[in-house]
Ligand binder design. Structure first.
Ligand SMILES: *Cc1c(COP(=O)(O)O)cnc(C)c1O
Length: 411
């Protein structure tokens, strides 16, 4: 986003113009930022055989999937529906890694039918899978290295009680199942949570991965999941991808030498690739002065944008209608019949009814987590690509709310 001639623009297009043209509230994504982020990782890891699988649960619009496919990315899918979206977007089955958690063996069988790579994260399913497919279908094994990432406990997955992955202490059992059923383990995977802040923690988890990986003799890849942190405000610490690239490339290449084979290093970022590319615009419905604060009430709420409430996430808010205006303090809230506060005590340039407020970092886990709560329509999505804005999802209408409802005639 840029401020040019007193006008906020995304990919060169004024934000206000986009909101007026496509309506409010509105999600806007800038492909240039997605491409920049993708290339940041590929160049940081240019010294090794790298594969990026975009973790599409962050933002599943099919156009975003197609963009990443075009860049050479694979896909990380956590449900069979995401697998199907990926296939529809043109990904080859072998370029999709299906990484579910606590799903039924039936859903895993569906994914096998679709020909994608399978990542298994519990012993019961591994055994069932082995008995059924034996050496015919290779698998990846998701481990839990028990190394803690920082950040929000809702997104940390490496702790001892986590439901994700197979504990490294259970590897003897894994090997017994693999050998007995003559299974081929083609990959080892970990995803320790979304907020690894420091390289030390990450490298510690990597050492656990290497230690586990060397015991499997038929690997093709080692998948380090994600954990890339992006800045949400100016003084945020974020993952230094460039220095991580240097350190891990060296260590990974050394491991490959020891292992005796050139393996592929996989990352599966979601947030890193799309968070900063996304913006959410909403209009001020009402300015409400109470005894203790001034509320700015918007034409949206936790139904469209739940990260601030669900994760206590900080999202920068800008009044794009009054660039450079004098600032006041607001509590920015939604219109849902719940406490849906987007931000307390935010210094925003003085807002009046009808102004457009812009939220930053709205690419990842924002539209993807939206709902119809309070029977509101979900917003539209716009993709700005090469200076042109494309409507990539229509705003919902009444018939969308009623689509699957069946009226009985005895009422
Ligand atoms: C959600 C998820 C990711 C992506 O995490 P980000 O923090 O968005 O990068 C990667 N891998 C798996 C298995 C996931 O569930």
């Amino acid at each position: 986003m840029e401020l040019k001639k007193n006008l906020y623009t995304i990919g060169g297009i004024p934000v206000i113009g986009l909101a007026q043209k496509h309506g409010s509230p509105l999600y806007i994504y800038d492909t240039a930022v997605m491409i920049r982020q993708y290339e940041r990782i590929t160049s940081a890891f240019s010294g090794t055989r790298l594969r990026i699988n975009y973790a599409c649960k962050a933002l599943t619009n099919i156009n975003v999937l197609k963009l990443f496919r075009g860049l050479g990315s694979g896909l990380d899918a956590v449900s069979v529906q995401e697998v199907e979206l990926g296939l529809k977007a043109g990904f080859e089955p072998r370029d999709i890694l299906y990484t579910p958690n606590c799903v039924s063996i039936e859903e895993i069988e569906e994914a096998v039918e679709l020909g994608v790579r399978i990542n298994i994260d519990n012993i019961a399913i591994l055994e069932e899978f082995g008995v059924k497919y034996g050496a015919r279908i290779p698998v990846c094994v998701r481990i839990n290295p028990h190394v803690l990432g920082g950040g929000n406990n809702k997104i940390s997955t490496g702790h001892i009680d986590s439901k994700f992955g197979i504990s490294i202490y259970q590897m003897p059992h894994v090997h017994r199942i693999v050998e007995t059923n003559k299974m081929k383990v083609e990959g080892i995977h970990m995803h320790t949570g979304s907020d690894i802040l420091d390289m030390e923690t990450f490298l510690r988890a990597s050492e656990v991965m290497f230690g586990t990986a060397k015991e499997f003799k038929e690997l093709d890849y080692v998948d380090f999941g994600s954990g890339f942190k992006v800045p949400y405000k100016a003084d945020d610490v974020s993952t230094d991808v460039e220095s991580m690239g240097k350190d891990l490339t060296k260590r990974f290449n050394l491991f490959c030498k020891e292992y005796g084979k050139e393996l592929t290093l996989i990352f599966e970022p979601g947030k890193f690739l799309v968070s900063e590319a996304g913006y959410f615009v909403a209009r001020v419905n009402v300015i409400k002065q109470t005894t203790s604060t001034v509320f700015a009430g918007l034409d949206t709420g936790l139904n469209h944008f739940i990260r601030p409430m669900f994760y206590e996430a900080y999202h920068e808010i800008i009044n794009v209608s009054k660039p450079g205006g004098k600032t006041r303090i607001y509590t920015v809230v939604g219109y849902i019949c719940e406490t849906d506060t987007f931000g307390w005590n935010r210094k925003i340039s003085e807002a009046t009814e009808g102004d457009y407020l812009l939220f930053r970092n709205a690419g990842a886990y924002c539209y993807a987590m939206s709902s119809n709560y309070n029977s509101r329509f979900r917003p539209a999505e716009v993709l700005v690509h090469k200076g042109v804005d494309h409507l990539i999802r229509k705003r919902e209408e009444m018939e969308d709310l009623l689509r699957n409802q069946l009226e009985i005639d005895t009422l």
